[in-house]
Design a protein. Sequence first.
Length: 147
Amino acid sequence: MMYEIFQLIHKALFFVVMILGLAVLVRAAMGLSSKSEFNESDRKLGLFFLISNHTQLLIGLILYLFLSPFGLKAFQDFGSEVMKIAEYRKIAVEHVSTNIIAIILITVGYSKNKRAIDSAVRHKNALIFYGLGLVLLLSRIPWDKLF
């Protein structure tokens, strides 16, 4: 029962992450092309994108480490059937590792924007780091299990 609840939250939060990710990329592209100031709305949108990704990661790690039979089984016996079946391996290894890398990129982008002064640099950082992070996230989504 707990597994299903966390899985539902994880799936629902995916849509929040994607909407925020697309919004932050659109604002960054528009800001870069129009040479507009990187304002408080841009900063807050990036922050909400960062927070939603970190929350998604936390929920995903709880699922993976404590609730999912694939996560625990992969840790207990690396040569198990989880590693031999591509669909299970995608969830147990590829989904987790790629998404952690994506969230690291998003975090780096946000951190770089905190230190940057020039608006064009901030928009470019958002476009590059958030964009790469979003592409990686989208590449490891188990689309057949999402709906």
